[in-house]
Design a protein. Structure first.
Length: 135
């Protein structure tokens, strides 16, 4: 009934680009996984939290899938193939940085002040674990 809708906030669209994965909010920016450069590809994008973002800022765009996403005031991190990648901010000065590589089936990514924690889920002995690497 209409009376049950009172007090609900208006939903403001941030972007109309299709979201394919994780979403993180840091300060006045929304980071999310969206379409890549080919069908089935993915990328990491940023938009202001105020909405009306017709042209999201790409941090990276790939031909293949992109995994998990985590962000805070010190950086944006995501998994890509067998790598953990990062940018220090939306401008990505110096380009995308590889934080770790040669990883088996990288999963969830979580941040704290000093480290990036991630899950590996490979089937080989010793590959299934929670790992960390310095930021």
């Amino acid at each position: 009934p209409p009376s049950s809708r009172r007090g609900c906030a208006t939903r403001t669209p941030i972007t109309t680009m299709r979201v394919l994965g994780g979403i993180e909010v840091v300060g006045n920016l929304v980071y999310y996984v969206g379409p890549g450069i080919t069908q089935g590809g993915m990328g990491v994008y940023a938009c202001p939290t105020t909405g009306g973002c017709a042209a999201p800022t790409p941090l990276t765009r790939l031909a293949g899938p992109l995994g998990n996403l985590a962000a805070d005031a010190k950086g944006i991190f995501w998994t890509e193939d067998d790598k953990l990648q990062s940018c220090s901010d939306v401008a990505c000065p110096g380009g995308v940085r590889t934080v770790a590589s040669g990883l088996a089936s990288v999963g969830n990514v979580v941040l704290d002040a000093k480290f990036v924690y991630f899950e590996t889920t490979g089937t080989a002995a010793g590959s299934r674990a929670v790992r960390r690497v310095a930021r």
